[in-house]
Design a protein around this ligand. Structure first.
Ligand code: NAD
Length: 484
């Protein structure tokens, strides 16, 4: 059913400026989640490949890269953005083949924003300073910034190129060398990115990549010669990485799971609410860490919200990622599809009612398609309200008072983001400050400015990314004191 101009690629590691297979020849199949066809093979790296990649990255730190003038490095980073846009069509098609997401979304979000990450940090790096203090006539203290060293970048499958570049761009801008470990489920765009970096003028060994499963990520996390790990993925994987990294006391940046609330007060503009809630619930098949999967609606607006939200949800077209009319594509893999479908069974057992969906999408012989699903009638203890499903599934719960909904909103181990809807500015300021989340959007969702802190609290993450926050993570400061 799919026609693409781009052919899927076989994925090999990228070490010291060259594509290489695993030494033992091990590889696994990459499957298209919309058709279940095999797209190609992926080299499966182990400890040996991780060692080689780390060694190349360590060597490159001392080479040309380590001494490169700021402006030259910035130009190379900008060039990576240019080359991503030059190859936009190819990258977008590879991303949709790998993930099952609609092609229009790959174009609009994944690839454009990936290029933008390099543009942003190419500019930002030329403005970054440090601090200096004069201590009376005794001394001057000033801090100098240097790279952390070799950084491991471990990523998930939901926004593969976008999230990899969100880490690689600031890592390079701050002068580090890197070993990327893309998700085993979506290896193709990172593989092309390595080539793009080389073409942009990044010296060999500065950007490396090892493909593989969790064991490959674990080898990177525990490696003696890796100075920092930036990880995006599941909370339980974060725990494993923290344990593996503990003996070598690596610097860690974690962007983890979420179960984000949308809180809708009756005085909000319901047209805006519906339009945005459709996106925050079902865009990218609900496979965005920031999706609002717990929706709380003030009781006086509850019936009207449900009626209009369900009506719009039923209009969403589930289908071929390469059909421009598709709103919701395929879930990323069979394993993930089984997980999402199992939560639909759990919702039934817990006494929930499906207002829409609640089952695999009909009309597909192959592929992992699930209907956009709205569940009502579940209490705050229900697993579907508490656990991250990471699919096109949301719960809707009515509330009566601010106090009551705040308690429910914060009654979770997660704390990534929230979306608050009200036209009362006093309530907006009062309420937003009490939500236990790293990011709160008021009357909007997923509106980003790359200078702002991005990340979660509680078990949704450690640290923040974005602007100065990324730079702080990817740098070390040395304070120098000059006695006068
Ligand atoms: P995952 O944790 O299963 O895998 C992420 C990466 O970690 C993969 O590359 C995987 O191979 C690797 N990995 C697995 N086990 C490892 C181990 N023991 N040591 C080192 N690396 C290991 O996550 P996923 O299923 O790919 O992605 C979905 C999750 O990502 C969701 O929980 C979602 O909320 C989260 N996510 C968070 C953000 C954010 O910004 N907070 C953004 C996107 C996705």
């Amino acid at each position: 059913m799919q026609t693409t101009k781009t052919k899927a690629i076989d994925c090999t590691h990228f070490i010291d400026g060259a594509y290489v297979q695993s030494n033992n020849g091990k590889a696994f199949e990459n499957v298209n989640p919309a058709t279940e066809e095999v797209l190609g093979t992926v080299a499966e790296g182990g400890k040996e490949e991780v060692d080689k990649a780390v060694c190349a990255a360590r060597k490159a730190l001392k080479g040309e890269w380590g001494n490169m003038p700021l402006k030259k490095r910035s130009n190379i980073i900008r060039k990576i953005g240019d080359l991503i846009l030059e190859r936009k069509e190819e990258l977008a098609e590879l991303e949709s083949l790998d993930t099952g997401k609609p092609l229009w979304l790959s174009n609009k979000v994944d690839i454009d924003r990936a290029a933008n990450n390099f543009y942003f940090f190419a500019d930002y790096m030329t403005t970054v300073g440090t601090e200096a203090y004069q201590q009376d006539d005794i001394a001057i203290h000033y801090a100098v910034r240097r790279p952390v060293g070799v950084v491991g970048l471990i990523n998930p499958w939901n926004l593969p190129l976008f999230l990899m570049t969100w880490k690689l761009a600031p890592a390079l801008a701050a002068g580090n060398t890197a070993v990327m470990k893309p998700s085993e489920v979506t290896p193709m765009t990172a593989t092309v990115l390595a080539e793009i970096c080389k073409e942009a003028g990044v010296p060999d060994g500065v950007v490396n990549m090892v493909h593989g499963f969790g064991e490959t990520g674990a080898a990177l996390s525990s490696h003696e010669d890796v100075d920092a790990i930036a990880f995006t993925g599941e909370t339980v994987t974060g725990t494993a990485i923290m344990k593996a990294a503990a003996p070598t006391l690596k610097k860690l940046s974690f962007e983890l799971g979420g179960k984000n609330p949308n809180i809708i007060f009756a005085d909000a503009d319901l047209d805006d609410v519906i339009e945005t809630t459709i996106k925050s619930s079902f865009i990218n098949q609900g496979e965005v860490c920031l999706c609002g999967s717990r929706i709380y609606v003030e009781r006086s607006a509850y019936d009207e919200f449900l009626e209009r939200f369900a009506e719009k949800t039923k209009e969403l077209k589930v289908g071929d990622p390469f059909d421009p009319n598709t709103n919701v594509g395929a879930l990323v893999s069979e394993e993930h599809y089984n997980k999402v479908v199992s939560y639909l069974d759990i919702a039934k057992e817990e006494g929930g009612t499906f207002l829409t969906g609640g089952k695999p999408a009909e009309g597909f012989d192959k592929g992992f398609f699930v209907e956009p699903t709205i569940i009502t009638g579940l209490g705050s203890d229900a697993r579907c309200v508490r656990e991250e499903i990471f699919g096109p599934v949301v719960t809707v719960v009515p509330f009566d008072t601010e106090e009551e909904v705040l308690e429910q909103v914060n009654d979770t181990h997660y704390g990534l983001s929230a979306s608050l809807w009200t036209s009362d500015i006093k309530r907006a300021t009062r309420f937003s400050g009490q939500i236990e989340a790293g990011m709160v959007w008021v009357n909007t969702w997923f509106l980003r400015d790359l200078r702002t802190p991005f990340g979660g609290m509680k078990r949704s993450g450690i640290g923040r990314e974005g602007g100065a926050h990324s730079f702080d993570f990817y740098s070390e400061l040395t304070n120098i004191t000059l006695k006068m």
